[in-house]
Write a protein that binds this ligand. Structure first.
Ligand code: AKB
Length: 336
């Protein structure tokens, strides 16, 4: 891995992955679709490109121009949006991925396309969800992710393409808001806490989902791509766990900084249905064994109730958020 192209660089993961790769010394081209502008940090920190995942010729030209050897494909239509735009989800998640794998086959590229806990469904064991298990999702997002995993393994077996991936849980970050995911509440709740002092959760009390802070998510992607291929038996895709919590757990942690914070529930049946079909927690033993995966910011993944460490992380996250919104710090008086 030397010259890297990050597709979807303006998105939730891409916008933090690019600086991390550059910090680690990789020549990294930040590629957006042109719809969402790249942040100044991305465009001033190194080369950029406008790339449409579905434009094979444009993608090829960018790969050739920068002598790219590795692509991180972070373009995605998340679970909730996928339900209202199934064809777009299919185009990005399946047609985009197979086009990329064809290019990788031709140009001898390594490819990382994230998978998700969305590959699981109601028949999957939920706590913890094993590595090799039933993958029968009920969302278009999940279907595209299963197809992406299978296509990636197919291109690896048939054509020797170095395609690897992890199944991300819900990701928590404060740099770029996520868009259209079922786990988004875990980010949204902080913004609403800061802005309004209250939050109406679209997921019901007790809805526990696997979650991960962005720093770990970036490490998972980079460490898997740096891993010695001869140690890997699974390639697409690895369960990666960190922690699990429900809306009331986040609320409790926010209240430690903001005692008046109010959590109510306005359950969204679509999101609730998706969340109930997903794991409570992930068994990531395989990733730990094959490439030494270890989350740095976890809370004892399976420990219901004991969220002491998670709350510390949440407070740190809240501080990060407040650093971005100085006006709200003053208004809310958090730091008093
Ligand atoms: C979503 O909620 O759609 C994503 C995911 C877990 O893949 N955050």
């Amino acid at each position: 891995m030397k010259n890297i192209l990050v597709i979807g660089a303006a998105g939730q993961i891409g916008s933090e992955l690019v600086p991390e790769l550059r910090r680690r010394g990789y020549m990294t081209v930040a590629a957006g679709s042109g719809r969402t502008p790249l942040t100044a940090a991305l465009s001033e920190g190194g080369p950029t490109a406008v790339v449409n995942l579905l434009d094979a010729d444009g993608l090829r030209r960018t790969v050739e121009h920068y002598a790219i050897d590795t692509i991180f494909n972070m373009a995605a239509i998340l679970s909730a949006v996928g339900e209202s735009k199934p064809m777009t989800a299919w185009n990005i998640g399946v047609n985009g991925v197979i086009g990329l794998l064809e290019l990788a086959r031709d140009k001898n590229l390594s490819v990382f396309t994230p998978s998700s806990i969305g590959v699981f469904g109601p028949e999957t064991p939920h706590d913890p969800t094993p590595q090799d298990t039933v993958c029968r999702p009920r969302t278009m997002y999940g279907i595209t992710k299963v197809a992406g995993e299978l296509l990636s393994d197919y291109y690896r077996a048939k054509y020797g393409v170095d395609a690897r991936s992890v199944r991300y849980p819900g990701l928590i970050s404060h740099v770029t808001p996520p868009g259209g995911g079922t786990t988004d509440y875990a980010v949204d709740i902080y913004w609403k806490a800061v802005e309004h002092g209250r939050y109406a959760s679209p997921l019901a009390e007790g809805t526990r989902l696997p979650m991960m802070f962005m720093a770990d998510a970036l490490r998972a992607a980079i460490e898997l791509m740096e891993a010695d291929a001869s140690r890997l038996r699974h390639f697409n895709s690895f369960n990666v766990g960190a922690m699990s919590f429900a809306p009331e757990d986040v609320a409790a942690s926010i209240r430690r900084r903001m005692p008046g914070f109010e959590l109510t529930y306005e359950v969204n049946p679509l999101l609730q249905g998706i969340a109930e079909s997903w794991p409570d927690a992930l068994d990531d033993t395989t990733a730990r064994e094959e490439w030494d995966w270890k989350p740095r910011r976890n809370d004892g993944r399976h420990a219901r109730g004991d969220l002491r460490k998670a709350r510390r992380k949440v407070r740190a996250q809240l501080s990060g958020l407040m650093n971005r919104k100085p006006a709200f710090i003053a208004n809310a008086g958090f730091l008093a």
